[in-house]
Design a protein around this ligand. Structure first.
Ligand SMILES: CC(C)(COP(=O)(O)OP(=O)(O)OC[C@H]1O[C@@H](n2cnc3c(N)ncnc32)[C@H](O)[C@@H]1OP(=O)(O)O)[C@@H](O)C(=O)NCCC(=O)NCCS
Length: 209
């Protein structure tokens, strides 16, 4: 996969593996403890993060940005629901290490998710963004998401009630943004239909989910 030079630093987006669990957990836990970007309130252990990665269905990729041999950001698509009629709908999440924010890593991650979603045949992408998060809202808007409403006071974190804005992205009839590399594809994981298929719970990444 190609390396990208960004403001003097080289980084690449690649598929996550279990070896990335510690770095992913560290980046996520900073957001859990210090931001309302995720509505998780307790940090994840590395073991929990490893299990989450292992159970994340291949159709819903988890990707990381690697720079100077370290993971500095990660992003995931997660099934929106385990009910089969939702199988082509996924939720996006992305987190960048604090000292790497504002350098284009978030845009690289979200672009990669959009490309991989189209390759996986996913149809609608959803994002729940706790308000305020102007950077995340801006990145979603510029990558084809649109706001479809606000759920008021659905979150309670740091002693305050938090609104969540819901964004959606439908497939773009134009060619997907250019990014090299390809991730593994697999059958979707869903339950509750008469297909006889079932799968272990996938768990959510999550943003304000
Ligand atoms: C949100 C997050 C993933 C973005 O990653 P990032 O690497 O900082 O983002 P980038 O550097 O790629 O892009 C930032 C963009 O926001 C823009 N921006 C910066 N401040 C802004 C503001 N106050 N209002 C609007 N846009 C703003 C920048 O100009 C840039 O846009 P551009 O690419 O069009 O120039 C990262 O800040 C993060 O991890 N935050 C904490 C966790 C979080 O909020 N996750 C998202 C949950 S929905």
């Amino acid at each position: 996969m190609a390396w990208t030079a960004l403001r003097g630093r080289a980084w690449r987006v690649r598929s996550a593996s279990s070896r990335d669990a510690r770095a992913i957990a560290e980046i996520y836990n900073e957001a859990v403890l210090h931001t309302a970007a995720t509505f998780d309130t307790a940090p994840r252990s590395v073991a929990e993060q490893r299990r989450w990665l292992a159970h994340h269905a291949p159709r819903y990729p988890v990707v990381v940005v690697e720079a100077n041999g370290a993971v500095v950001g990660w992003a995931s698509l997660s099934a929106w629901s385990d009910r089969c009629a939702y199988e082509d709908t996924a939720e996006v999440s992305f987190y960048v290490r604090e000292d790497w924010r504002g350098r284009g890593v978030g845009r690289g991650l979200l672009t990669k998710l959009v490309v991989e979603a189209e390759r996986s045949g996913l149809h609608t992408l959803l994002a729940r963004i706790a308000i305020p998060n102007p950077v995340s809202a801006h990145l979603h808007r510029t990558l084809g998401f649109r706001s479809i409403g606000v759920m008021h006071e659905v979150g309670l974190k740091f002693g305050r009630r938090i609104d969540v804005e819901l964004f959606e992205r439908l497939p773009d009839p134009r060619p997907a943004p250019k990014l090299r590399g390809r991730l593994e594809k697999d059958a979707p994981a869903c339950s509750g239909a008469n297909t006889g298929r079932s799968s272990p719970p996938q768990g959510r990444a999550s943003t304000a989910g």
